[in-house]
Design a binder for this molecule. Structure first.
Ligand code: NAD
Ligand code: FES
Length: 274
């Protein structure tokens, strides 16, 4: 069993959960994820390890309560335990001394971006984070990113914080100026956002790494549920990724596969207690 040390609501429907898992905390690397199994009947949920504290033996996970299983998971209070936490899984992030790196986080994708940005800064890169959300309440981790980024730029769709618009509007400005053009871009967020980022960096041949979030079941390359097409080849995001060269990803296929169980998910959500 894996005790829940804390579980806090940090933005609408978004929870920061700290779980005691000393072995995972010791061995995880940036970009890796765990598969959470809250109880015997629950689905298995893949979640990026946002942070780890080796001394306390804990890992930090951000969970957006959007579906049946994530709502059940986030309803568990501190002091209870998760049945199982498998990991660390997936390949660690490609960390190189790029120079100037733009880290683009869309909505809750910012939680996945955080450990990557931190690792890139620790490797000596100048990291500019660009984070966006529908409104100011949905902007997360801006202060935490500011601790190691040279700049944190915010975009909100309603203009309630930072620049009005999408994160891609801010990225466009960075690319247009030779003093701020990045040597590499890391993007995590909704599929349309990652697709838009890659279309923007492609003409400039800026290396662009995206973190994909297909449906996952076992997380070990056995079920095929997480298959994606990258460079015309079939890949399993759980063992070959979750990060890939964004210029090679078939985003339309990923979006299509992510919508496969939407009707069933809606039926399950209606069964949740009020
Ligand atoms: P959202 O739809 O509110 O978008 C957040 C921000 O992303 C927007 O404010 C905008 O700045 C940017 N964005 C969205 N669509 C865009 C587009 N077409 N072009 C340019 N920029 C765009 O996001 P949310 O509701 O917080 O996040 C939920 C989504 O993120 C889900 O689809 C979820 O699956 C995905 N997600 C992905 C990962 C991952 O690893 N890639 C991790 C967590 C969540
Ligand atoms: Fe089953 Fe990746 S989750 S193969």
């Amino acid at each position: 069993m894996f005790p829940i040390v804390s579980n806090d609501l940090i933005a609408p429907n978004l929870y920061r959960m700290v779980i005691r898992a000393p072995r995972i905390a010791r061995s995880r690397q940036p970009g890796q994820f765990v598969i959470v199994h809250a109880d015997q009947e629950a689905e298995r949920i893949p979640l990026t390890i946002a942070d780890a504290d080796i001394d306390r033996g804990t890992v930090t996970l951000f969970v957006q309560a959007v579906g049946y299983s994530t709502c059940r998971l986030t309803a568990l209070p501190a002091g209870t335990s998760l049945r199982d936490l498998a990991g660390p899984l997936g390949r660690p992030t490609e960390i190189k001394p790029w120079g100037r790196v733009a880290c683009i986080g869309g909505g809750v994708g910012t939680a996945v971006l955080y450990p990557l940005a931190k690792a890139l800064a620790e490797a000596g890169n100048q990291v500019i984070s660009v984070i966006g959300g529908r409104n100011a309440d949905l902007i997360i981790l801006a202060d935490e990113l500011a601790e190691f980024c040279v700049e944190v730029l915010v975009a909100t769709e309603d203009g309630s914080r930072g620049r009005q618009g999408f994160v891609t509007h801010v990225l466009q400005g960075l690319i247009a100026d030779p003093r701020s053009i990045p040597q590499a871009v890391y993007a995590v967020g909704p599929v349309p956002m990652m697709k838009a980022v890659t279309e923007m960096t492609r003409p400039h041949q800026i290396r662009t790494i995206v973190s994909l979030n297909p449906i996952m079941i076992d997380g070990t390359g056995m079920c095929g549920g997480c298959r994606v097409v990258v460079g015309g080849e079939l890949k399993f995001a759980c063992v070959d990724g979750p990060e890939f060269d964004g210029h090679l990803v078939d985003f339309d296929l990923l979006a299509d596969r992510l919508s496969t169980y939407r009707t069933e998910e809606c039926k399950m959500i209606r069964k949740l207690p009020e």
